[in-house]
Every structure is written in C-alpha cells, then in structure tokens.
Design a protein around this ligand. Structure first.
Ligand code: ZN
Length: 598
C-alpha cells in the first residue's frame, strides 16, 4: 500500500522535474532574472558593507525565486510539449532580457523596481518626455553597469544553450536527478504557498497594501501584479472622485459674499525651497518675489510640506477637499474648484503639464481626474489646449485669451523646475547668469563639473520661475486680487549626497524628506486687496509659521474666496484662528513631524 503511493509520488515528481532539467538554461534564466530585488539586496549587502543579516538575504532569494520557479517550471513543461519550441524559447529569452535590462536600469539609477508609480510614470510619459529622460540617464554610471550586466547575462545564456544537451543528459542520471527532485519539490511547495498572494481577490489599493506587511515576495511577477492592480483601482478612484465633484457642481448649495475678486493658484513643479533666496539660498534666485515681500505685499510661509514626492497623487489630494492627516481619501470628496464654481466663480485652468502628456492622456491618472471631460465641461470655464516650451508663454497665452468676469479663479500649473532644468529657462543672456564656482556648496567632494552645471541650471530655472510668478502678479497688480503660490513637492539637487531628482525608496530619512517634501508657499495680495481687507491680510501674516500640508489648501482657497458651504471647515484653514493642524502623514504612513524631530 505505502510503496504504491510512493511509486505514484515518484512518478509525479519525475514528470515535473524532467522538463526542468531538459530546459535547464531557460528555467535558470527565468528564476535568476525575475528576482531583481533579491539581487539588489545582495548588492547592498556586499558592496556597501551594510550589515544585512545573511538569513534575511536567504529569505529574499528563496521567497522570490520560489514564486518565479512555479511559473518557470510550467514554462519548461510548455516548451517541451509545443511544436514550435525553438521560436517560443527564443521569444521568451528576448522578453526576459528586455525585462532584465529595464529592471537593472531602474535599480541601478533609481533604486526601485516596477512599482505602481514607475508604471504610471511610464504610461504618462510621451515620446518627447521619454526621449528627454533617456537622454538624461543614458550616460549615467548605473545605466552603463546595467548594460554590462545584461550583456554578460546574454553571454551566459548562449553558452548554456550550447551545452544544454550534454548537461541535461548528465542531470538525468540517477544521483543528480534525486538531488534535483528533492530541491525542486521543496522550492515548488514553498512557491505555491507564496502564490496565495497572487491568486486571492483584492478590492482596493488599501487591501493590496495590507498584504505587504510581513515578508512578501518581491519578484517581478508579484511586483507587476500588485502594480497593475493598483493602477486599476486608481482608475476606479478617479471615477468616484469625479462623481463627487459633479454632484457638488450640480446640486451643492454654497454661497459667496464677494462681488468682484481675482483668486489665483500657481502650482510649481519640483521646487526645493532651499534653492530660493526667499528661504535663504546663497544666490539671489527670487529677486522679484523678495521685492514684493519688502513692499509688504507677500507673505512667505515657512512650514508647509507635500504628502508625497510625486506629482499626480499630490495634486489629487490638493484639489480634493479631503484631509490625509484625518485618514480621508481624496476620491471620497469633491474638488474645491467645483464648490467655487457652484458659488458663482469663473474657473480657468492653464496647465503646462497637461498637453505635455497628451499622447497618453487617457492613461495619465491625474488627467483622468483633473481633465475628466465632464469636469472640464461642468467645472471650468476654459482650459488651455497647448503645451509651451517655457512657463511664461503659458501665462501669456492665458492673458491673451482670458475674459475675466466678476469672480475669477485661475489655476496655473507650471513645468517649473521639472527634470531637465536646462530646458526650463530660455537660453539667453538674461537667464544664463552666474557661474558654477558661485554656487553654494560647490566644493563638496562628490560633485564634479557636470553635476555643478546641473545645480547651476536648477538655480537659473528657479530664477526664471521667480520671473514667471512676477509676470502673474503684475497682471493682477491693479485689481482686487490674491495669488497663492506653492509647489507640488520638492526635489534633490545634490544637496546632501550624490543624488538628484526624487528617491522612491520606501524607507525615508529626514534629509530626504527635508528636500523632497518641504515646499515653498507664498501668498501675494494686491495693494487694492490690502487696502480693502486689512484684517484678512493680517490673518495671512499671522499664519506664516503655522504647520500645513498642501492637501488641505482648498479650505484656505474657499475662505479667501469668501465661500460658505457645508464643506468648509475652519479647523483645516491655516488662515483661520480656529486652525488645528492634523498629523502630517506623508507617504500614507510616516508622521512627518515625528520623523523630523527624532
Ligand atoms: Zn511634480
């Protein structure tokens, strides 16, 4: 009886193991290339002398490889039974190598893998932008190393395929076969157990995130599965948010106490406030706004942050009336622009990033929300159609075609200091100011000339941004106007380490957060407004040092627009005496103030 079951088991194991041994090069390639995070952990352990416990490394490798092994075993079986096995096999190799190059590129340059954010960036990126992106990263050390590793992998594959048959024959002998059977069976059992994460049903982004606690496989199959689901749920979230917004703009009952006013919101991009002379930078990158401050028309807020270092998730929360610190999701609340529209404001949105992403408009998750066709029709009076090389041209385009009414809300979303800083300001003598040796911190050892050039471009782009803000302010100078200026998030420009842009590693340090999440926040008021509303200007000035996160800026905008609505909440309006800041939760689970005060 016992021997009979043992025979059946033996035969079953053999049926599984045999194709794997016959297609051992393909099986191994799959298992070894689809676990980039495990390799990255090893890299970290060996090269940076970081004391990762070896047991943790083993766990990474076994966990990730076991998930891939299940699929690889199936693929090996498939290759053995189909007719066009050569075509299938080499097609698989091409696919695997492409994934491997992409994974290495992301890991080596950005220390990340195919997260939802990266997939989103890939989908939102048009060809012009990706050309710019590839150009920026082509020569990077990480890119060169990624290509070297991929070339070495290809060489190994060719060698292995060349010797496939004799090695397979040897593996099929009794001894090696027995060892392989035991090892593979153990790996597959563990892998099937790990596949529970892949096959169970999920219902929301939060649902997905919960499974991430504890030891969770980080192989490419698991990562892509989670990322694709996350993006799908995000599309549902945008639908829900649009529904709330349309309900508000058609059935809401706000009132407005102001007859005639211009309220402007300017959203900058990738603006590290420490590179502005308003916040103490060594070069005078903000002379025009400094002059406004000295004239008593501008208040500089010093303690405002953004909840993420990404544009789209930050702006969704900024335009929604939710509060992240109170655990409210952006997709359950209407846009504050819809409340203002319903209260009688004319809303115009001029966005220099909208048409920049036009090729993939319907996949871009921010545009799915902000420029949903119904929202454009019901909430906005007018939106821009074009993309402009420089922000001043966007602003001028608005001034050329705008028809101001009694109550005007204008939102400008700029390119600001996005990625290729050198492309963000006109290359004329007016803007090609300063030299690299004038840069604050120019002598730090990790900087070379090309990095100093990048820092210089950032300083010039920041100064150009100051000019764009001044252009806006000057247009409204003789009207009853308030202009609010902030950035979606910050940026690293070799500030404290050899790194630029933004780090998507989930582990955050105070230095990272200081540069990537702390943002400039300015409120300008025209002389007319100041004369008419001294008490409101006093309220603005009194609020300059209060803590805030830019997800609740809508409450302040409603108050500035003198809109009353059931949505208004003075405890979330930084300009109100009743303001009571909620915990500033960044990246969904980090308490900013606790992190910085530790
Ligand atoms: Zn951004």
């Amino acid at each position: 009886m016992g021997t009979r079951y043992f025979e059946i088991l033996k035969r079953a194991v053999k049926a599984v193991v045999k194709p794997v041994l016959q297609q051992w090069p393909l099986w191994l390639t799959m298992v070894l290339t689809l676990i980039p995070m495990a390799w990255s952990a090893l890299d970290y352990h060996v090269l940076r002398k970081h004391d990762f416990p070896v047991s943790y490394l083993m766990e990474c490798f076994v966990n990730d490889a076991s998930v891939v092994a299940v699929l690889a075993t199936f693929v090996a079986w498939l290759v053995n039974v189909v007719r066009c096995r050569r075509v299938l096999k080499w097609a698989l190799y091409v696919l695997l190598l492409a994934m491997w190059v992409a994974s290495l590129f992301l890991l080596r340059n950005f220390n990340t893998t195919f997260t939802p954010q990266i997939l989103q960036v890939m989908m939102e990126t048009n060809s012009g932008e990706s050309g710019e992106f590839i150009h920026a990263w082509m020569g990077a050390f990480g890119t060169r190393r990624a290509i070297q590793i991929a070339a070495f992998t290809l060489l190994c594959i060719l060698l292995a395929e060349w010797k496939r048959k004799p090695v397979a024959d040897w593996l099929m002998r009794r001894g090696p076969m027995a060892v392989a059977s035991v090892a593979l069976s153990a790996l597959l059992v563990w892998g099937l157990w790990n596949w529970r994460f892949l096959v169970r049903p999920y219902h929301s982004v939060y649902d997905l995130e919960k499974t991430q606690t504890g030891s969770h496989p980080n192989d490419l199959i698991s990562t892509l599965h989670k990322s694709i689901l996350t993006l799908r749920f995000q599309a549902d979230e945008a639908d829900a948010a649009v529904d709330c917004t349309l309900r508000e703009v058609t059935t809401g009952n706000p009132t407005c106490d102001v007859d005639s006013m211009d309220l402007v919101l300017v959203i900058g991009e990738s603006y590290n406030k420490r590179h502005s002379s308003l916040y103490g930078y060594g070069l005078d990158t903000s002379p025009l706004m400094r002059a406004e401050r000295d004239r008593g028309l501008l208040t500089v807020f010093t303690n405002v942050i953004s909840p993420y270092n990404l544009t789209s998730i930050t702006l969704k929360n900024l335009f929604s009336l939710n509060s992240l610190g109170d655990g409210e999701r952006w997709n359950d609340y209407p846009m504050w622009t819809a409340v203002m529209r319903r209260a009688g404001w004319q809303v115009d949105v001029w966005d220099n990033q909208r048409a920049f992403m036009a090729n993939e408009l319907f996949t871009a998750s921010l545009n799915m929300y902000l420029f949903n066709p119904s929202v454009v029709k019901m909430v906005y009076r007018d939106v821009n159609e074009d993309y402009f090389e420089y922000d001043e041209l966007l602003v001028q385009d608005y001034f050329n075609c705008c028809h101001l009414g009694d109550r005007n809300l204008v939102v400008f979303h700029l390119m600001g200091q996005h990625t290729e800083y050198a492309a963000r300001y006109p290359r004329t003598a007016d803007w090609e100011v300063w030299t690299t040796d004038q840069l604050p911190g120019a002598s730090v050892p990790y900087l070379d000339d090309s990095k100093r050039e990048i820092m210089l471009d950032y300083a010039r782009a920041t100064r150009y941004n100051d000019f764009v803000l001044a252009t806006i302010v000057n247009f409204f100078r003789n009207r009853n106007a308030v202009v609010v200026m902030l950035s979606d998030h910050g940026e690293e420009v070799f500030d404290f380490r050899d790194f630029m842009e933004r780090d998507h590693n989930p582990v955050k340090t105070p230095e990272m957060v200081r540069h990537e999440n702390e943002i400039p926040f300015l409120i300008w008021y025209s002389p007319v407004y100041k004369a008419r509303h001294p008490e409101r200007v006093a309220a603005i000035e009194a609020a300059a040092a209060r803590p805030m996160m830019n997800d609740i800026v809508g409450q302040m905008m409603l108050w500035l627009g003198e809109v009353s609505s059931p949505w208004c909440d003075s405890t979330r309006n930084i300009l109100h005496p009743a303001y009571k800041p909620s915990p500033r939760i960044i990246y969904d689970n980090i308490d900013y103030d606790r992190l910085m005060n530790n």
